[in-house]
Design a protein around this ligand. Structure first.
Ligand code: ATP
Length: 211
């Protein structure tokens, strides 16, 4: 069973790394692919070139066997549609291997705007990293999706290779890439928000105007 955590990783930080690692432990994932989004259709172009963001992911997870830096969306050179990534991964790993796409609640709310989103559950499970609040209302399309696919039983995701939605709450570290970029901008101390190896690379390359 493998997991996927997609992101712009501009830059990668300890929030991403703890999320990937804790999810792998909780769900029993053999590997988690950190897929660098080259050309995200839903947000502004990241300020750092994709190759540099990928280099930072590689440095951050060096020696961590469960995590894989994955550049397939960079190599594609088109908008980074998740459905295409999953199709490609199914070609590589086959239909039997359970795949868990890890998503924050924000991303889940936006799901109906994703390219060919109706096909996602035919390719993967969705693991949403927050629990819905009591009486939370989802849009009609999401309600329908949940009626069909939601499970409360974590063991289910091992039984099938795709098709379940599971809410699995994870404590979030109060770190974001936006906060780190702001920290660089204001010349504040970024230590302990992200790995030292990544900080060193940022300073060597002069990223985020750091020298
Ligand atoms: P930005 O601040 O630029 O929007 P970000 O820090 O949210 O970036 P992304 O690359 O957009 O990072 O995030 C990739 C994934 O990691 C998303 O699913 C996001 O919800 C999750 N994530 C980001 N920060 C944390 C955190 N501190 N704890 C847990 N999950 C996180």
């Amino acid at each position: 069973m493998i997991g996927i955590l997609g992101g712009t990783f501009d830059p990668i930080h300890h929030g991403h790394l703890r999320l990937a690692l804790e999810m792998s432990e909780r769900l029993g994932l053999e590997k988690v692919h950190l897929i660098v989004s080259a050309n995200p259709p839903h947000r502004q172009m990241p300020q750092t070139p994709a190759e540099m963001r990928f280099e930072m992911v590689k440095l951050a997870i060096k020696n961590e066997k469960t995590l894989i830096a994955d550049d397939r969306e960079i190599k594609r050179n088109r908008p980074s549609y998740t459905v295409e990534t999953l199709l490609e991964m199914r070609e590589e790993f086959g239909k039997e291997l359970p795949i868990c796409l890890i998503l924050g609640m924000d991303a889940f709310f936006g799901l109906p705007t994703w390219f060919e989103w109706e096909k996602l559950l035919d390719l993967t499970h969705l693991i949403i990293t927050q629990r819905p609040e009591i009486n939370q209302t989802f849009s009609k399309p999401l309600q329908k999706l949940l009626e069909k696919h939601q499970t409360y039983n974590m063991d289910k995701i091992k039984e099938k290779s795709m098709g379940y939605i599971l809410f699995e709450a994870m404590p979030m570290l109060a770190i974001s890439a936006t906060q780190i970029r702001q920290c660089f901008l204001e010349k504040k101390n970024p230590h302990y928000l992200l790995p030292e190896s990544v900080l060193k690379f940022i300073s060597q390359q002069g990223l985020y105007n750091v020298c």
